[in-house]
Design a protein around this ligand. Structure first.
Ligand SMILES: *[C@@H]1O[C@H](CO)[C@@H](O)[C@H](O)[C@H]1NC(C)=O
Ligand SMILES: *[C@@H]1O[C@H](CO)[C@@H](O)[C@H](O)[C@H]1NC(C)=O
Ligand SMILES: *[C@@H]1O[C@H](CO)[C@@H](O)[C@H](O)[C@H]1NC(C)=O
Length: 357
């Protein structure tokens, strides 16, 4: 009686890893993205070409799905628009989406075939790239987005970490526009150890509770931003730490809409930030945005409170502001700033004047 039981247990131990391998769904053609969508263990084996006007819709993955990306997936240029489907959408709970360290995972958006210098403002229709709408505890790591038509990551959901992501849009420096790195309207998001070279915000937090942006390098774009925060939206508890912003128009930025009548921005910390050759404003807080541009008049009723800036150092280019603040009277409070060392120093601060102004 004992022997069969032992054999049964032994067979369980032996078969478990084999079963796991057997159930891996391999994606090696575009059609396989759909046929693997309900698998919990997926291996994307590039090179794969996604045809024009087709997308990868993995918005309803099974809980706990693990995805490994090897090689390159190239998205053929089509006529999808910014408000249409993203080139890839990943949703579900407790999802892992990892690049293969021995055969780097690359998602190539063929940006050069779209870039016309107009970005979101017109010209060629351009799809957004990567929609993340995962929940639970999810992880995206170790892969590269290459040449996005416009915005790279649109992050919703909650509880997601993005780690060791490369967003290389350096080829778009002349004609790429609105190629944001990470647009966040989500809760409990961590973005870390990543490298972005783009032509708009590296990070843009539009509504969120708890975002950590750690150990990242941002080159060529518009800096690390909260906002523009629209009327009614709430952004709270954002920590940006140990990041470098280089050759960008802005460094650390908080901007809210001019017409805002409700909503708030609170508990924002920028700490240990290195700025290199910032061409417009090193640190900027302003409450006067309207349709993506400053009006010069801060009348906002969206308070910005509890803003800590600590050890923000480096350089702006000649003629740029080291610090610029434009707040409505009484709407920016508890600004606790220290160790602001941005040179050459040239400041303009109204509504609130923390250390460094
Ligand atoms: C700070 O970030 C850089 C990458 O920009 C990284 O190399 C370094 O290890 C980080 N330092 C700490 C203390 O995490
Ligand atoms: C703020 O963020 C920190 C760091 O992620 C987290 O530990 C803390 O719980 C958050 N606080 C609130 C009130 O959400
Ligand atoms: C201001 O920030 C510094 C450095 O982060 C911190 O030590 C201090 O407690 C803060 N003060 C207030 C009043 O929050």
């Amino acid at each position: 009686m004992i022997l069969p039981k032992l054999l049964f247990l032994a067979s369980l131990v032996i078969s478990a890893p084999l079963d796991a391998r057997a159930t891996t769904c391999v994606v090696s053609t575009y059609a396989d993205f759909a046929s693997c969508a309900s698998s919990t263990n997926i291996h994307i084996e590039g090179p794969i070409t996604v045809p024009a006007n087709e997308v990868i819709d993995w918005s309803k993955l099974s809980s706990g799905t693990q995805i490994l990306l090897s090689g390159t997936v190239t998205f053929t240029k089509g006529t999808l628009t910014e408000s249409g489907p993203k080139l890839i959408t990943v949703g579900g709970s407790d999802i892992t989406f990892k690049g293969d360290s021995s055969n780097p995972g690359i998602l190539d958006g063929q940006g050069a075939s779209y870039w016309d210098g107009e970005g979101s403002n017109g010209g060629v229709p351009k799809p957004k790239f990567f929609r993340v709408e995962t929940t639970g505890t999810s992880l995206f790591s170790n892969f590269k987005i290459l040449n996005a038509p416009v915005q790279a990551f649109s992050i919703g959901g909650s509880g997601t970490t993005l780690d060791h992501i490369t967003f290389d849009n350096s080829a778009g420096d002349a004609l790429g526009h609105n190629t944001d790195g990470f647009d966040v309207s989500a809760d409990s998001i961590t973005i870390q150890n990543s490298w972005v070279h783009n032509q708009d915000d590296c990070l843009a937090v539009n509504s969120a509770n708890t975002v950590n942006f750690l150990n990242n390098i941002c080159i060529g774009g518009h800096g690390i931003s909260i906002g523009s925060v629209a009327s009614g939206a709430v952004v709270e508890n954002v920590t940006v730490k140990n990041c470098t912003v280089q050759s960008s128009t802005f460094g650390a930025r908080i901007k809210t809409d001019y017409e805002a009548t409700s909503g708030s921005v609170s508990s924002i910390t920028y700490e240990d930030i290195t700025l290199v050759d910032i061409s417009s404003m090193g640190i900027v807080v302003r409450q006067d945005y309207e349709n993506g541009s400053p009006t010069g008049k801060a009348v906002s009723k969206m308070p910005i409170t509890d803003v800590t800036m600590t050890n923000i150092h480096g350089t702006v280019t000649s003629g740029a502001y080291s610090v610029f603040i434009l707040c409505a009277t009484g709407e920016c409070t508890d600004f606790n700033w220290s160790e602001i060392n941005i040179t050459p120093k040239d400041t303009s601060c109204s509504g609130v004047t923390p250390t460094g102004c």
